[in-house]
Design a protein around this ligand. Sequence first.
Ligand code: GDP
Ligand code: MG
Length: 440
Amino acid sequence: GLSSKLQEAFRKLRGKGQITEADLRSTMREIRLALLDADVNFTVVRDFVKKVQAKAKGENVLEGLNPGQQIIKIVDDELTEMMGGETTTLKKSNKIPTIIMMAGLQGAGKTTTVGKLAKMLKEDDNARPLMIAADVYRPAAIEQLQQIGKQIDVPVFEEGTEVNPVKIVEDGLKVAKENHNDYVFIDTAGRLQIDEKLMNELKEIKEVAKPTDILLVVDAMTGQNAVNMAEGFNEALDITGVVLTKLDGDTRGGAALSIKAVTGKPILFTGQGEKMDNLDVFHPDRMASRILGMGDVLSLVEKTKKNIDEKKSMELAEKMKENTFNFDDFLDQLQQIQNMGPLKNLMAMIPGMANNPALQNVDMDPKDLDRIKAIIYSMTNEERENPDVLNPSRRRRIAKGSAQPIQSVNRLIKQFNQMKKMMNQISNGNMSGMENMMQQ
Ligand code: GDP
Ligand code: MG
């Protein structure tokens, strides 16, 4: 990938006392190829290389860095600059509500992102958002938003599929005012390609809603096309920022690097998965460091802090002591792990891990966690609290209820019992219990 190619380019410079003109030229060539290969826009690459070269040739030697490190620093700085420099946040309107309008092609992730953002504001700012369902072209779109609303406990305004979307937005805003919602999200329709009808509708919505921010949602998997889309939407709507979704997938990352340079509009957030928690604030400097393979310690710390609930950890320690650990606690633990997003993303943030081949094998399928949850959800309260009552007939019932094979139910209960035993032994200061567990 891009990271490993750039690191390879730098490896030759590292530790060199002196860097010749030829060294620099060959490094820049490698960087240029690596960026192009990652699908970064051609003109953006050209400008980037020019800037780095000019700076590298300049006399301003930084104290404490050797020439190789200097160049890495320059590249890091320029990558950061290319992605917008500072972190951009959502604006807050000085009178409520703050209105955030979404735009983007069908399937880009607008509806999902509305849910993720509403959840984030609710949790971090105690916000009371309202989500307006203004995609009337697909009946399922309204239902999708309603389901998300239920999941994150945020109200949805909708008027079915027969009313004009512009009218829906007007009506929704009235309701938001009556209910004193401080944030309104407008979920709009998309199409497979930019067309005039779509753009006109979005322009009209913009006209009546006067949104505080217009966020364009683009799918990172579409590479160069994501950048072209961003340009097209920006020309028509004068968007305020971009959400780059599906960065968890197998993308080459070029879109993240080109969007700001091409459109002049910053990326505010990135989507890292389908779950409501899989949204990250986009920090250009951290992204640059990540691309350069320096590891993103800051992001990792932030993520971990947010998701491991301290109070819950204390309660858990207490339960371990009292040996009352049950399936509800087990579920909590799973939830916390799941909230942290794909394990692979998390591991990649640890310095030195990004290019570790071992990482290729560390992929916990989120579906596995979902299956485990389904099994636990099929247990009665009594069974969750007191797993000892789980006799064969109860296990068969749970298997049926969760649509999982009986073997999976048995395996889960076995794992649970081992975990419980291990916890018990640890809390009694007997570490060999843990060793036994590892050997099983
Ligand atoms: P919309 O048509 O623009 O509203 O797109 P949706 O929000 O309905 O999303 C389309 C599909 O992409 C859904 O299956 C989402 O779960 C999925 N999706 C959205 N954001 C992400 C993301 O960041 N990562 C991944 N892996 N999938 C996403
Ligand atoms: Mg949608």
